[in-house]
Design a protein around this ligand. Structure first.
Ligand SMILES: Cc1cc2nc3c(=O)[nH]c(=O)nc-3n(C[C@H](O)[C@H](O)[C@H](O)COP(=O)(O)OP(=O)(O)OC[C@H]3O[C@@H](n4cnc5c(N)ncnc54)[C@H](O)[C@@H]3O)c2cc1C
Length: 394
């Protein structure tokens, strides 16, 4: 069986690895001239860590990643509003949360694939046609390719989704985000095992330690979509905006280089009910782009990859495989997209009174309630897919 995967991001690369392990020929087509090993940092929940381990990438992740002991939400004065311990592997079998430089993750995914002919770069998919016997994929350069299955892993503005479900369109969350990674010197005082979000009246600031003494920070503020004023914002502007916030926020901004700042309006895809039709299926942001508030977009793309490989190799026909894949993925990713949206709305509250009210209520939320939500996200049964990959994998 041959699959064509459009897009060599985290979703497409993991799908290619999983499918190959399951004995499916999987060729990747990427519009960029090379697989871009770029971006800032990423948080990977225990579910994503487990999925990568099942793909045989646990050692690579351990080398590149940094375990997180606790996730905390602070007020701008530095008062703890909420604190959640990450699962501890010494106490139970669950993997812990890990942070990783996005480029490192992409790098070891490419290495695991063995690159070479597997990734065709500079190939932009513009259309496809599917029939009884297969799919024909059309590229911008006029070439075509045939396969039994087409996987759209082409991100939030997916061309593949656009043809399958033209009514599904991304929406703006209402906030825009700057992020970068800095090298933290020994003078910077920060607990390297804490993932911190600070929710204040001038916006949200995140501090995410990475391996090798690096720190990834992000700043999210409410703004109109595609606002030219936001595009001109500099580190000095952010330093002014977050001036009253607790330490070491201003130190991190001071350590940052203007050239290395990434800026994006945060968009998401309102949950859709189907992830495919016939021989064409969506994974990752193409299927369920979510806001980054639960640090789950990449994790869900990695889960998709495992489930898709498992269903395609297990079932005798694509209709059953797609049905099984959608049963496992549509509702779960829709729920996490909605949870992430709710957290974002709470985190981005502005104005003294709403912020004061939120900050008074948040510490009163029972730990058990928070834990129930996290358990839903983190405790996914990947064993079926893992067993299959283990049987036929390397
Ligand atoms: C600010 C921010 C912070 C985030 N933080 C986290 C986090 O901490 N943890 C987490 O799990 N997730 C996080 N995410 C989400 C995560 O980055 C995405 O969910 C994930 O990268 C999606 O991967 P993907 O492979 O589905 O899509 P993408 O990464 O978008 O990859 C799509 C690929 O397809 C290619 N492509 C597009 N169109 C075509 C075409 N027509 N033909 C050929 N190729 C094409 C693109 O060039 C790209 O390489 C964050 C997102 C943002 C914006």
């Amino acid at each position: 069986m041959k699959a064509i995967i459009i897009g060599a991001g985290i979703g497409g690369l993991t799908a290619a690895i999983a499918m190959r392990k399951a004995g499916i020929q999987a060729d990747l087509y990427e519009s960029k001239s090379e697989v871009r090993l770029n971006g800032a940092g990423l948080g990977l929940g225990p579910n994503a860590v487990k999925a990568l381990e099942l793909l045989g990438l646990g050692d690579a992740l351990q080398r590149a990643g940094m375990p997180v002991r606790q996730v905390q939400i602070l007020s701008q004065e530095g008062k703890v509003l909420s604190r959640m311990g990450a699962p501890d592997r010494s106490k139970n079998a669950d993997p812990e949360q890990v942070t990783v430089l996005r480029a490192d993750l992409l790098g070891f995914l490419v290495d695991a694939l063995g690159a070479g002919e597997a990734i065709h770069t500079g190939k932009t998919c513009v259309d496809f046609e599917q029939g009884e016997d297969g799919v024909t994929v059309k590229f911008e350069d006029g070439s075509t390719e045939e396969a039994d299955l087409l996987v759209g892993a082409d991100g939030i503005r997916s061309v593949v989704r656009g043809k399958l479900f033209p009514e599904a369109k991304p929406r703006y969350s209402g906030y825009t985000c700057w992020r970068t990674v800095v090298q933290a010197g020994s003078s910077l005082r920060y607990d390297r095992e804490l993932f911190t979000e600070t929710w204040g009246s001038n916006g949200r600031f995140g501090i995410v330690p990475l391996s090798d003494n690096r720190i990834y920070w992000f700043a999210c503020v409410n703004a109109p979509y595609n606002d030219p004023a936001m595009k001109r914002v500099t580190i000095a502007d952010l330093a002014k905006r977050f001036a009253g916030y607790h330490s070491p926020i201003s130190d991190l901004l001071e350590l940052s280089s203007q050239d290395a700042i990434l800026h994006h309006d945060i968009e998401y895809l309102p949950p859709i009910k189907r992830f495919g039709r016939g021989r064409v299926v969506l994974i990752g942001d193409a299927a369920h782009a979510m806001t980054p508030n639960m640090a789950q977009g990449a994790g869900q793309a990695i889960e998709d990859a495992l489930f898709l490989a498992e269903h395609v190799s297990r079932w005798p026909n694509f209709a059953s495989a797609l049905e099984g894949y959608e049963k496992d993925r549509v509702s779960r990713t829709g729920t996490i997209t909605r949870m992430s949206g709710r957290i974002g709305r709470m985190a981005q509250l502005e104005g003294r009174l709403p912020v004061a009210l939120r900050n008074a209520v948040l510490p009163l939320v029972p730990d058990a309630l928070m834990q129930r939500q996290l358990d839903y996200v983190y405790k996914v049964n990947l064993e079926r897919a893992g067993m299959l990959l283990g049987r036929s994998g390397s």
